[in-house]
Design a protein around this ligand. Structure first.
Ligand SMILES: [Zn+2]
Length: 284
C-alpha cells in the first residue's frame, strides 16, 4: 500500500511554498492510488500556537485537498492526535536504540557555535551516561545526542545529532523517524531544503533497523525576490496573500502542474500529467 503524509509544523503561518508541497504530495498520493495522511508535527511546544494549527486546516480546505486519515479540526487534533501526548512513548523508543551510542550532552548553543556549528568532539569522547529522568531536571539542562562517528552526515550541523532536547522535548529528527515508521509511510515528497534531513534520516533508520520510506522526492523551492520562502524568515502568509488577490492560487501551482487551474477549488479537475511533477523533482 502506498502511503504519503502532509506533515506541517504549527510554528508559523503557512506560505506558498508549504501550499506547493501539500499539492505535490496530494498529487502523488492520488496518482499512485495511495493513502494520504495529515500529521501535524507539534512536538516543539516552544513554537506551537493555536492560530498556526487553525491555519493548517484552513489551508488544506482552501486548496481543496481530500485527506484519508488524520485530525478533522483543531479540537480533534488536540484531543486525539497531538504529539505532546506521546512524549513518554518517544522516550521508550529511544531506550530501545540506546546501544547505538547515545550520550548525554551539557554543551550550550554557544559551545556548538564556537566550534563552527559542529558539536565538540571532546563532549562526545566523554560518552556521558544518562538517565531519562535527567531530562525532567530543569537545572541539569542535559540534551541527548547520538554519536555520528560511524555514519555519514550531510553537514556539520548533523554531527552528533540531538535526539532529545534540553527543553525536555523530542527533536524533529526523532519524531520524524518514529512517526514515518509507525505510519508505514512509503513515499516522501519534500522541499529541497529537507534533502540533508532525508539523507540523515535514511542513515539513522538503517542503523536502527527501522523502516523508512523507500521513495523520496525533493521539489525545488519557491522564492520571493530571490529568497527562499520560510516561516522563520517571515514570508507572507498564504492566507494574507489570498485575501489580497483572488487569483493567487494560479501563481502557486501553475509552474509545477501546468496552467489548467481555473480557480481555487478546481484542483481536483486538473489533468496535469504525472511526469510534470517528476521532471520538477529530484530523486534522492
Ligand atoms: Zn556536547
Amino acid at each position: 500500500m502506498v502511503r504519503l503524509r502532509l506533515a506541517p509544523t504549527p510554528s508559523g503561518f503557512l506560505h506558498r511554498g508549504n501550499a506547493l508541497n501539500f499539492v505535490l504530495t496530494w498529487w502523488h498520493a492520488r496518482s499512485l492510488k495511495g493513502e494520504l495522511f495529515l500529521r501535524i508535527d507539534d512536538h516543539d511546544t516552544t513554537r506551537t500556537r493555536d492560530e498556526y494549527l487553525e491555519d493548517i486546516f484552513w489551508t488544506i480546505e482552501w486548496l481543496g485537498l481530500d485527506i484519508d486519515q488524520g485530525p478533522q479540526d483543531v479540537d480533534d487534533f488536540k484531543s486525539h492526535f497531538s504529539q505532546t501526548h506521546k512524549f513518554s512513548y518517544y522516550k521508550e523508543e529511544l531506550l530501545k536504540v540506546k546501544e547505538t551510542a547515545l550520550f548525554g550532552c551539557l554543551c550550550s548553543r554557544k559551545d556548538v557555535k564556537e566550534n563552527g556549528g559542529e558539536h565538540p568532539r571532546e563532549c562526545r569522547d566523554k560518552m556521558r551516561t544518562f538517565d531519562l529522568d535527567d531530562f525532567e531536571d530543569e537545572e541539569k539542562e542535559m540534551s541527548l545526542r547520538m554519536s555520528t562517528e560511524n555514519i555519514k552526515v550531510p553537514d556539520a550541523s548533523y554531527v552528533d545529532c540531538v535526539l532529545w532536547r534540553k527543553e525536555n522535548i523530542p527533536s524533529y529528527q526523532l519524531v520524524n523517524l518514529v512517526e514515518d515508521r509507525d505510519m508505514e509511510i512509503t513515499h516522501l515528497v519534500r522541499g529541497m531544503d529537507l534533502s540533508p534531513s532525508s539523507q540523515f534520516q535514511q542513515e539513522v533508520s538503517h542503523l536502527w533497523q527501522w523502516d523508512f520510506p523507500s521513495k523520496i522526492y525533493h521539489h525545488s523551492l519557491l522564492t520571493d525576490h530571490g529568497e527562499k520562502l520560510s516561516k522563520t524568515q517571515k514570508s507572507p502568509a498564504l492566507r494574507e496573500e489570498f485575501n489580497k488577490k483572488e487569483d493567487f492560487y494560479l501563481e502557486v501551482v501553475s509552474p509545477y502542474i501546468g496552467h489548467k487551474v481555473k480557480g481555487t477549488h478546481d484542483l481536483l479537475q486538473i489533468e496535469a500529467p504525472f511526469f510534470t511533477i517528476k521532471e520538477k523533482t529530484e530523486r534522492l
